[in-house]
Design a protein around this ligand. Structure first.
Ligand SMILES: Cc1ncc(COP(=O)(O)O)c(C=O)c1O
Length: 462
C-alpha cells in the first residue's frame, strides 16, 4: 500500500468498525458455523442481515482472493473486492438448508432433473414477470455462457458477425472467441446521464453476415432496464433484418426502486418474441455463480431445437438443488437484498458526487448491482496512458484502465474491473460491484477518496 496520503489502513479499518471485515468469518474458520448463524432472519424484525461484513478472504474467491493474487495488494490491506459480478452476502437461508439436507447423503452420482426444478423456474417467471414458459421449449445449460455459445453455434457460423451494443458485458467476447465469431459493436449514446441504444447506428451495422444480436437486459455494466418501447424498437429492427435476438436476462431480478424489468419475451408483438431466445439463471439473483446451473427458453420451436442440438448440458447436483431452493424459498430474502443494494446505489451516487471529484457517475443504475464509473480524470492524473503505452512498447500489452485498476488496488485497497474489456465505449471507465455490506462499501469509498485526494498522484510506485 502506498502511504503517500498518510492513510494508515489498519487503523482506518479499525476506526470504521471494520475489523469485523476480516473477523466476521475469519479465513480458515468454520464457514458452516457462520452460515448457520444466518439461517433465519432476525425474529423480532423479520429482516435478514446484509450489514455484517462477510470475509471471503481465503475462500478462493475471484473477487477478493483473485485481487490479492495480483500482488498489488495483500490480505491485510485489501478493503473491498468489487470486481466480478457475485455477492458478498450470506445467501438465502432456504438455499443453505436445502444443500445441508442433501449433504446428509454420501452418494454423488448422475441425477435426473426433477420435474419440480422446471416447475419452480416456470412459476417464478410467471409470478414475478407474467411470462408463460412452455416446459417443452425450455432447456438447462451449465451456465448462461454455455447456452449462449450453443445458440451462436446454431445461428452464427465462424467468421460471421454478432451484434453487441457497447459497453457491454465483457464475457460475451469470450463466447464470440469460443465460436469463432466477430463482434459488431454499436456504441450506445448517453442522454441525460442514461445510456440508450443508437437505433440508426444499430441498424446500419447489420450486414449480410450478421445473424445474431446479444441483448443484455438489465444491462451489464450500465445497469439499464430497457423499456418496452426500446425493446420493441430494437426487436423490430432485428426481425426486419433477420437477426435473432439472444436475450441474456441473468440480471433480471435486480431492479432499483421505481424501475421495472421488462422480459423480452413479454413484448406484445409476438413476431418479435418469436425471433428470440432468452437465457437466465438464479445465479446473479441469489449468489450462486459457481454452481453452474442455468436455462434458456423460446416461444419458437425451430430456434429452440437448433440451440438445443448444440447444447451439452451437465446437471450439477448442488446447482440444481440450490436454484430450486432459491425459487421456492428465497423470494423474501431476495426482495430485502434488492432493497438493500438499492440503498448502496444511493450511497455511491451521493458519496462520489460529494467527495470524489475525479470520478464521474452516470444516472443511478436502473438495475443490477453494478456501477459504471467514468475515471477519465483519474487516468489523466496518474499518467495511466503514458504508463500503459510504455508497458505495451516493452512487450506487455497494457491498457490505461489496467493501470488505474492496479493503482486503486495498491493505493486504496479496492478492486474494480477495467472498462476497456467491455468493448467500444469502455475506455476511461471502471465497473464497480456494490453487492456487499454498506460498511465495506463505505470503507471502500472513503479509501478511494483518501487515495485520490493527494495532489501528488502518480504511477511512480507501480
Ligand atoms: C450479463 C451476464 N451474462 C452471463 C454471465 C455469466 O453467466 P454464467 O456464469 O451463468 O455462465 C454474467 C456474469 O457476470 C453476466 O453478467
Amino acid at each position: 500500500m502506498a502511504q503517500n496520503d498518510g492513510l494508515n489502513r489498519r487503523s482506518f479499518l479499525r476506526n470504521a468498525g471494520l475489523t469485523a471485515l476480516v473477523g466476521a468469518v475469519a479465513p480458515g474458520s468454520s464457514l458452516a458455523a457462520a452460515a448457520g448463524a444466518a439461517l433465519v432472519p432476525a425474529a423480532d424484525t423479520g429482516k435478514f442481515d446484509f450489514d455484517t461484513p462477510y470475509s471471503r478472504i481465503g475462500t478462493d474467491s475471484t473477487k477478493w482472493d483473485g485481487a490479492i493474487n495480483t500482488g498489488f495488494t495483500d490480505k491485510d490491506h485489501i478493503v473491498a473486492g468489487m470486481g466480478i459480478a457475485d455477492m458478498d452476502f450470506r445467501c438465502a437461508p432456504a438455499i443453505t438448508q436445502a444443500l445441508q439436507e442433501r449433504m446428509k447423503h454420501d452418494v454423488w452420482g448422475y441425477m435426473v432433473m426433477p420435474k419440480s426444478f422446471t416447475e419452480g423456474i416456470i412459476a417464478w417467471n410467471k409470478k414475478r414477470y407474467g411470462v408463460d414458459t412452455d416446459p417443452a421449449l425450455m432447456d438447462i445449460s451449465t451456465g448462461v455462457h454455455p447456452g449462449l455459445v450453443a445458440a451462436l453455434r446454431a445461428f452464427s457460423p465462424p467468421g460471421s458477425k454478432v451484434l453487441l451494443t457497447t459497453p457491454t458485458y465483457n464475457g460475451f467476447y469470450g463466447d464470440l472467441r469460443n465460436t469463432g465469431t466477430l463482434p459488431e459493436e454499436s456504441v450506445m449514446k448517453v442522454v441525460n446521464g442514461r445510456f440508450t441504444f443508437d437505433f440508426d447506428d444499430f441498424e446500419h451495422r447489420i450486414g449480410r453476415d450478421t445473424n445474431t444480436f446479444i441483448l443484455c437486459n438489465p444491462q451489464n455494466p450500465t445497469g439499464n432496464c430497457w423499456t418496452p418501447e426500446e425493446l420493441t424498437r430494437i426487436g423490430e429492427i432485428c426481425l426486419r433484418k433477420r437477426v435473432i435476438v439472444l436475450a441474456d436476462e441473468i440480471h433480471c431480478d435486480w431492479t432499483a426502486k421505481g424501475q421495472k424489468y421488462t422480459p423480452f419475451a413479454s413484448l406484445p408483438n409476438k413476431a418479435i418474441v418469436n425471433n428470440s431466445l432468452t437465457f437466465k439463471a438464479a445465479s446473479k439473483s441469489f449468489g450462486l455463480a459457481a454452481m453452474k446451473c442455468a436455462w434458456y427458453y423460446s416461444t419458437n420451436k425451430d430456434l429452440f431445437m437448433a440451440t438445443k442440438a448444440n447444447n451439452h448440458a451437465d446437471l450439477t447436483t448442488m446447482g440444481m438443488i440450490a436454484s430450486k431452493a432459491a425459487y421456492s424459498g428465497g423470494e423474501e430474502w431476495l426482495n430485502q437484498c434488492v432493497d438493500y443494494v438499492n440503498g448502496n446505489h444511493d450511497l455511491v451516487q451521493s458519496y462520489i458526487k460529494a467527495n470524489i471529484p475525479l470520478i464521474k457517475t452516470y444516472a443511478k443504475a436502473e438495475g443490477t448491482y453494478l456501477v459504471w464509473l467514468d475515471i477519465t480524470q483519474v487516468a489523466d492524473k496518474i499518467g495511466a496512458k503514458e504508463k500503459a503505452a510504455a508497458e505495451t512498447k516493452a512487450g506487455r500489452t497494457t491498457s490505461p484502465e489496467q493501470i488505474v485498476e492496479r493503482w486503486l488496488l495498491k493505493n486504496a485497497g479496492v478492486a474494480l474491473n477495467p472498462g476497456h474489456t467491455y468493448g467500444a465505449g469502455g475506455a476511461n471507465h471502471m465497473r464497480m460491484n456494490i453487492a456487499l455490506s454498506r460498511k465495506t462499501l463505505q470503507a471502500a469509498l472513503t479509501s478511494m477518496q483518501n487515495a485520490l485526494k493527494s495532489p501528488m498522484l502518480s504511477t511512480a510506485a507501480l
